[in-house]
Design a protein around this ligand. Sequence first.
Ligand code: SIN
Ligand code: MN
Length: 267
Amino acid sequence: MALATQDIDIAQVEYGTAGYHRHTESLSAHEIGRIRDSIDRISRQTRPEVVFEKDTEVVRAVHGCHLFDETSARLVRHPLLLGLAESIIGEPVYVYQFKVNLKQPFEGAAWPWHQDYTFWRNEDGMTDDRAVNIAVLLDDTHEGNGPLQVLPGTHELGLVETAGRAGRSGDWRQHVAADLEYTVPDDVAERLRQEYGKELIVGPAGSVFAFHPSIVHASSSNRSPDRRAMLLITYNAVSNAPRSSPRPEFLVSKDTTPVTAFAGTTL
Ligand code: SIN
Ligand code: MN
């Protein structure tokens, strides 16, 4: 299903101004059920794509599922998600990253303030921030279960002050753990919050959002009994593909073939 012209306009304007956009359409309960089943199955497998909370066996995230799981491979071709990404980027896109951050009840740890583009530039050599994160909420997400928090408008600042080493760290685990490699220091984030305000990415399961690689964002730990799983597909402009990245394929896909939508409207 291609986006209606009016929806494209709204997405582009909102995204351009705020650096994030809540889509008017959602994935259905049936589709979310299928994705959850896949992710639950993958979470129980022993494979490098499955990442745990520090010193535990609690699954924090699963990566690159579109490379080995049929449902995830089809999902990245979903006209709703791909159409939104293409309308924002304005040219053919490919899947740069695919991950699900699971934020398990009472155990899911925080994500400190950061900008995704810092990682993609420093670690992968992405030359421009012409990519977009499409987020799908797999669980009902509310203030209490560690929703994503974004500082609207901060995507226009470029890369702001970052704590962390300049250049490549070489350790991809520090790009997916609670002690992230590159963070925006808390005092800087607090100043930005006062100036730009803060929005929570909340809503029922199935909600779809887009957010910019340079928007400053974070999320707190999950202290509630409700899991907060969020699926993230990063689509990058084909013309913006890094020449090479030393990171594993499941973290940074090297196949830059443009993604095409599947026929029909549902997963
Ligand atoms: C989160 O899952 O809350 C954070 C995701 C991200 O920063 O990419
Ligand atoms: Mn991020």
